[in-house]
Ligand binder design. Structure first.
Ligand SMILES: [Zn+2]
Length: 178
């Protein structure tokens, strides 16, 4: 998890000024950078473009600082996230922290793109092993602490692991909880 408050980042990207940490300011700039016009005094903003002056106002910094920050952003590839379906930026194969549609941090954040399913499968297997060992409350608490997006991803990976077998064979061990 990053310490980024994605709600604040969203608010700033939509034009309201709010205090930001350095990480939050970079995340907000990342989201506005593609829409930035180089011409700082343009009165006409085609489409959803915004001027550098406006970006500077939203971030609470000088225009020159915006240009410096933009140049310093790590080179990235923009794609749709396979987990939350929101825009994500990949820097050297690692996904930058980003929020899902509820502004909760997506579990793909800081993961390698090629390995998310394997990582998630390892986590599901670990939860299953604890459940079998009797740690029902611990597993319940862990699932409760997950973001909605993460719980959804865990659910999909867990469903994919269920083999085609009779129910009593699959879930016989659950009866001891009943
Ligand atoms: Zn995502």
């Amino acid at each position: 998890m990053s310490d980024i408050d994605w709600h604040i980042v969203d608010v700033v990207c939509n034009g309201t000024i709010a205090p930001l940490t350095v990480e939050e300011r970079n995340a907000a700039l990342r989201r506005m950078a593609d829409r930035m016009l180089n011409n700082s005094d343009s009165y006409l903003c085609p489409g959803n473009k915004i001027t550098t002056v406006e970006v500077a106002r939203r971030l609470g910094v000088k225009e020159r600082t915006v240009l410096r920050m933009k140049a310093a952003l790590p080179e990235s590839v923009r794609e749709l996230c396979p987990v939350c379906r929101q825009t994500m930026w990949i820097v050297e194969d690692i996904v930058e922290p980003h929020p899902d549609s509820l502004n909760q941090e997506c579990p793909m954040s800081n993961r390698s793109v090629g390995h998310w399913a394997e990582d998630m499968a390892a986590e599901v297997a670990w939860l299953a092993a604890r459940l079998r060992a009797g740690d029902r409350d611990g597993v319940w608490d862990d699932i409760n602490d997950m973001t909605v997006t993460k719980a959804r991803a865990v659910m999909v990976v867990a469903l994919a692991a269920i083999p085609d077998k009779p129910l009593d064979e699959l879930y016989g061990w659950v009866e001891e909880y009943a």
